[in-house]
Design a protein around this ligand. Structure first.
Ligand code: AQP
Length: 339
């Protein structure tokens, strides 16, 4: 349920932890752009989240620019949306610390993304990776955001954000933070790995063949879809026939999301089609949709100073919203501000 006592405001972010994937595009960026103009929109390159795992310092600033270029190339308009990188607004880290003191260890222990990422190595991963969801809560609540468009994988973290807001409000006897709504809708909420339909497509997945990168050229996209794992059956006659066929369902959902339609409509267009027909059609559609974006990303990346300028303007605008909210939080908590 949406908290109607707060002005509608969207916040979401993407980590510059590698090149953007088709999952980031369909599950996040395309939807972020679609929400522009409907309400106030704030979009972030969450570089402080990226360093929860090792990032080469020489690459990180460039990856941050590349994610910003991805947003811009996909249609984000900096005169309509605030676009900035997280580390330029120190209030994220400051509120993140306060929320570390509100969130409970038991809550963090239930975060499935941490379990997936840490795997059997939990003793050796960074404390930041474990605390990541409370920094994410700070990213959202620092702007009193009411709506957070995310892919399915981030749903649990937005629910934790609500738990943190509710506990803060309860402990300090206030109604200062909103109950944020996760916005998870459409056919592409969880794009899967092309080599294993049970795993999410990720920037940092081991093999490049398991993901489509937003910067892949037409040949690469065609090759990756051609080699994508499928079962031997052709497409079914109805969408119900995709149940228990994760790889087939994934390719149909990708097609639907790229074509702004539904899996039902895709199956109606290709009933009983073999992979030799469907995969090339999917590759052609992906190239048609992604090529203009990747060309624009390349053009933007040729002028890093302009990207930095856009991020600086966005950071100023973000600070203007965040700082009063942080100051009020300090007052509520009783942290002395004597200047
Ligand atoms: N496969 C996906 N399908 C749908 N949505 C996805 N998102 C990411 N992968 C998919 C959505 O993209 C937004 C930004 O995510 P992120 O980059 O900040 O973090 P992530 O979810 O951890 O992404 P990756 O690609 O898996 O990064 P790595 O490999 O570095 O950890 C979010 O809204 C997310 O839901």
């Amino acid at each position: 349920m949406t908290d109607t006592t707060f002005t509608p405001r969207v916040f979401s972010g993407i980590k510059p932890s590698g090149g953007l994937t088709l999952g980031n595009y369909l599950g996040a960026i395309k939807r972020f752009v679609g929400m522009q103009g409907q309400m106030e929109t704030i979009y972030c390159v969450v570089d402080m989240h990226a360093i929860t795992v090792w990032q080469d310092p020489k690459e990180l600033a460039n990856m941050t620019r590349e994610v910003a270029a991805g947003y811009l190339a996909a249609g984000l308009d900096p005169s309509q949306s605030i676009l900035f990188n997280q580390s330029q607004v120190a209030a994220h880290a400051e509120l993140g610390w306060i929320f570390n003191c509100v969130a409970r260890v038991g809550w963090m222990n239930r975060m499935t993304q941490f379990k997936d990422k840490a795997g059997s190595n939990a003793e050796k991963v960074s404390l930041g990776l474990y605390a990541y969801p409370s920094l994410m809560a700070a990213d959202i609540l620092l702007y009193h955001a009411t709506h957070v468009p995310v892919g399915e994988d981030q749903k649990q973290h937005v629910e934790l954000t609500r738990d943190i807001a509710a506990k803060f409000n309860h402990d300090y006897k206030t109604d200062f933070f909103p109950m944020t709504t996760p916005v998870i809708e459409g056919p592409a909420m969880r794009i899967m790995n092309l080599r294993d339909g049970t795993k999410k497509m990720s920037k940092s997945g081991e093999s490049d063949m398991e993901r489509i990168n937003m910067t892949d050229d037409a040949d690469k996209i065609a090759k990756k879809f051609k080699k994508a794992k499928t079962d031997p059956e052709p497409l079914p006659e109805t969408v119900e026939g995709l149940a228990d066929r994760p790889e087939a369902r994934n390719l149909v959902e990708i097609y639907a999301a790229l074509d702004d339609t539904t899996p039902e409509a895709v199956i109606a267009q290709y009933p009983g089609a073999g992979w030799g027909t469907f995969k090339p059609a999917l590759a052609d559609l992906a190239v048609a949709k992604l090529a203009p974006i990747s060309e624009e990303m390349a053009r933007l990346m040729d002028d890093p100073a302009e990207i930095d300028r856009i991020l600086a303007v966005g950071s100023d605008k973000a600070r203007a919203i965040a700082e009063p909210i942080l100051k009020k939080t300090y007052d509520i908590v009783g942290l002395l501000r004597s200047s």
